[in-house]
Design a protein around this ligand. Sequence first.
Ligand SMILES: Cc1cc2nc3c(=O)[nH]c(=O)nc-3n(C[C@H](O)[C@H](O)[C@H](O)COP(=O)(O)O)c2cc1C
Length: 459
Amino acid sequence: MKRLILNLFEMNCVSHITHGLWRLPDNNRERHNDIEYWIELARLLEDGGFDAVFLADVIGTYDVFRGSADTSIRQGLQIPNNDPSLVVPAMAAVTRHLGFGITFSTTYEPPFAWARRLSTLDHLTKGRVGWNIVTSYLPNAARNFGLDGEVEHDTRFEIADEYLDVLYKLWEGSWDDDAIIADRENNVFADPARIRPIDHDGKYFKVEGPHLPSPSRQRTPVLFTATASGAGTKFAGQHAEVVFTGGPHTDFIKRTISNIREAAVEAGRRPEDVKFVTIAGVIVGRTDAEAKAKLAEFERLTSPEGYLAHAGLPFDPTAFPPEAKLKEVTSTDGGIGRWRAFDPEQTVGEFLAGFGDLSRHPLFAVGTPEVVADAIERWLDDVGIDGINLLQYHSYDTARDFIELVVPVLRDRGRLRGSYDPDESLRDRIFGAGDRLPDRHQGARYRGGAHLPVTRLSA
Ligand SMILES: Cc1cc2nc3c(=O)[nH]c(=O)nc-3n(C[C@H](O)[C@H](O)[C@H](O)COP(=O)(O)O)c2cc1C
């Protein structure tokens, strides 16, 4: 029976992806600047049996909708927004098992420093980090890093592919496992013959090496990515171990799963080498009425405008009569914004109804613990996912409710285990096959310095 991978979907900001709800009574979103916020959260999640906290990130503002960042700024929509990786050591210090998925983009900052930061985090967490590889989508992000506009979509994936190649060389190939000798008598800490530069000289990056940190427990952290496009699917098939999927309906999710598994096989891997985790909305109550009352309260506060700004809509549908057809009010056809394609025959009113409607999510469950657990079992068995990134409506009540009410039912049904295995790395928890990348993953080809230039550090 398939066991659920259970992650909390987080972001180091006020309004991540449930816009308007930061205003709920006792919601802690405004405390994201406090280290105590992250410490309390980590303890709660580990006591409750979560596998990981997944930290989204962007490196720019949402300033396309209505031609400015005003809506985002007013609503706390991913601004203010802090660095996701820096809260990880605080959470790791008060936990032993919880994993951490950290989002970082391959498009703007070169790979050497990021490789070093992730190795440091893998050391500090004793092998509990994952990296959500993104290529960034905000035009403002490009302008923040010295460019006039976004790098073209498929080129971003080409850059990401070389970026990963550099990282594998540093993480897997630069140091041998036995490079550290720690011989106090002869003052020899490490053996230069077992540490090598990588001498990478490619189209986008030139990196000499060696890697600065010694090999961490996982070496390469667990590789997550979130994508569905053609270029992204090929990239995920080659690199990703866990794909974070979304989409308008379950058929789309099923298709993404099968396309990426196919791409993984083409890259010499096995279909089961890639796991799929989806955003899931869960509103649970002791009774159906209690759950529905929570949903009603959320619906009262949800902000359709926030979702419009988040989607980066290049036109303002609220400026047109609801009965107008989309094709009459915008010349763009097909994919509007980043998140959804639209039907040009749809009316403005129908189109707008999808924004801020919390129950429209393809994986959404509201009701008693049994109803929610039934839904999760269907997602696992019928849609074919392996886990969820639980959407937060309220911090920390969403996680608390799930832990109190849903976790016991899923444990009874064998869908979640009763306790953590001691001293497990994140990769071992997810795949049950050790701490390191499997041999058939392309990152493994550099092990022991194979496929690297023969330059050595020692004379
Ligand atoms: C569920 C989900 C979560 C995502 N989270 C982030 C994120 O935190 N930061 C980011 O820059 N992009 C994020 N993205 C965007 C993706 O990285 C990617 O840019 C987007 O899916 C378009 O890629 P594609 O054209 O390959 O599908 C996310 C995408 C999905 C589907």
